[in-house]
Design a protein. Structure first.
Length: 231
């Protein structure tokens, strides 16, 4: 079941490894088949180098396992909140990549210092509020998802294809698992560049609105003209 999606999700998980976003088994990518309402996600605790498509776990949108012998990633409930809340999302990626996680730990949104950032995010990379003790003691992973959703109230999942979960790390998403992983990679690069920017000049200012809008909207606006078009 969902063989193609399994292969896509496995490939997206391996992309995080290739791009050095993963320490041991940290991180996870999932993808969804919207027609069937089925989610494919990385299994919990299986080393990436041993992972095969059949190890991936298929669940419904309530987290019930539909197929797979292994336990799904413990972050599954966070992914499910995002899929349930945002129908436009087809893939979710979570990492503890170092620079993005450093910003998450500092609980600082990442300012848009340049066009790499502006090509993907229409505004700073947001950071969630700290989770309340009751949220941690309760359905922790689900409540992490709700914190991400609250964080996106001022924006949209397409204008912010990822956020930083306070004291934890980045979650990113996209139209499918591959794009979610791509956004996780970009988010790490943005976080790294912003860190260096402030190292060179602690008083560095965000890019101006005109440049930020130009770069974001030429790729994502209704009059987008960057690239070859996706039809
Ligand atoms: Zn995590």
């Amino acid at each position: 079941m969902q063989q193609r999606l399994r292969e896509q999700v496995l490939e997206a998980n391996l992309e995080l490894v290739r791009r050095n976003l993963v320490l041991y088994t940290f991180g996870n990518v999932s993808g969804i088949a919207r027609d069937e309402g089925l989610v494919v996600i990385k299994p919990s605790g299986v080393p990436y180098e041993q992972m095969k498509p059949e190890h991936l776990v298929v669940t419904d949108l309530d987290g019930n396992i539909v197929e797979g012998k292994l336990r799904p990633s413990s972050d599954l409930p966070t992914h499910l909140v995002l899929y349930n809340q945002f129908p436009e999302i087809g893939g979710v990626a979570h990492t503890h990549s170092e620079y993005a996680t450093a910003w998450a730990q500092a609980r600082q949104p990442i300012p848009c210092f340049g066009t790499t950032h502006a090509d993907y995010f229409h505004g700073p990379v947001p950071v969630t509020a700290e989770l309340a003790e009751a949220d941690i003691a309760g359905d922790y992973e689900k409540n992490t998802g709700h914190a991400v959703v609250r964080c996106l109230r001022q924006t949209t999942p397409s204008a912010a294809p990822g956020v930083l979960v306070a004291n934890h790390g980045p979650f990113a998403w996209g139209k499918d698992a591959a794009e979610a992983a791509h956004h996780a990679v970009i988010l790490e690069a943005i976080a790294r560049m912003a860190y260096f920017t402030l190292g060179i000049n602690a008083a560095a200012q965000p890019a101006g609105r005109a440049l930020h809008d130009k770069h974001y909207l030429r790729k994502h606006g209704k009059n987008a003209y960057y690239g070859q078009g996706s039809g």
